[in-house]
Write a protein that binds this ligand. Structure first.
Ligand code: NDP
Length: 254
């Protein structure tokens, strides 16, 4: 009973951005299994995730929205309020990564990564936070950062990604303080290498270079992030805000 009371999400409405595949898809299933109604936002739809959740007996639907577009985000959030009546949890997960040396990267490419990873998360935080404040919802926002917000990955160069994720960590701390008086908690999650399309669809010699650098000599699995997200999403973390939870198999300790 204690675990259900602390970690259960019955009656909560949770948004997962970028939940059509990868980490977002697995976390969406975890949130649904804990009892939340899950709404997935992505640019290309998330029918497969919705089907997986429905097959497991959970509740979910998907809406198309680009997190960098305020008009699309506001339209999607209005539809969620209409259909589900609340927004209690935001797992702000959508993101991209580009590997390139700084001298080869263009400013447009740098802007694109920062626009999705940092500004997109800001747009989602602000729009959801505004709704929570107006309605007196004491919600939880979990912003997807990365260990790359703290360490510099090698051997690939990815300055735009690293800078965007460092920004996410400090944006989360800033919002945690700004919105503490409303009872809204904002934390970030910083995984190490997790096996998803983003990290696996790279040249094999890159993965071969990463593995010896990992203390556990393996990538994490997306499902290994579910417990940390459930902790941050639920009442279990009622006194946790402005924290960055690192789940990286010890990578950033070295
Ligand atoms: P994937 O590439 O597998 O999934 C990313 C998701 O984001 C897709 O569903 C994509 O859907 C969505 N997305 C991208 N841009 C937008 C946008 N503008 N608006 C809405 N949705 C968008 O990535 P992962 O699952 O690996 O990564 C998820 C998050 O975790 C990212 O923020 C990533 O930086 C972070 N992370 C990943 C790690 C890893 O090793 N995999 C490690 C640490 C952090 P669509 O294209 O349909 O919009």
């Amino acid at each position: 009973m204690y675990l259900e009371k602390m970690f259960g999400l019955n009656g909560k409405v949770a948004i997962v951005t970028g939940g059509g595949r990868g980490i977002g898809q697995v976390i969406a299933q975890g949130l649904a299994e804990a009892g939340a109604e899950v709404v997935i936002l992505s640019r290309s739809g998330a029918e497969e995730t919705v089907k997986l959740i429905a097959e497991a007996g959970g509740k979910a639907y998907d809406l198309k929205a680009d997190v960098t577009d305020e008009t699309q985000v506001d339209k999607a959030l209005a539809e969620i309020l209409e259909r589900s009546g609340s927004i209690d949890i935001l797992f702000n997960n959508a993101g991209i990564c580009m590997h390139q040396s700084t001298l080869e990267a263009t400013v447009e490419e740098f802007r694109e990564v920062v626009d999705i990873n940092l500004t997109g998360e800001f747009i989602m935080c602000r729009a959801v936070g505004r709704i929570m404040i107006e309605r007196g919802i004491k919600g939880s926002i979990i912003n997807m950062a990365s260990m790359s917000g703290t360490i510099v990955n090698i051997p690939q160069w990815q300055v735009s990604y690293n800078a965007s994720k460092a920004g996410v960590i400090h944006m989360s701390k800033s919002l945690a303080i700004e919105w503490a008086e409303y009872g809204i908690r904002i934390n970030s999650l910083s995984p190490g290498y997790i096996a998803t399309p983003m990290s696996v669809d790279v040249p094999k010699d890159l993965i071969d270079a990463w593995i010896p650098l990992m203390p556990m000599h393996r990538m994490g699995k997306p499902e290994e992030l579910i417990p940390a997200v459930l902790y941050l999403a639920s009442d279990a973390s009622g006194y946790t805000t402005g924290s960055d939870i690192i789940v990286d198999g010890g990578y950033s300790v070295q």
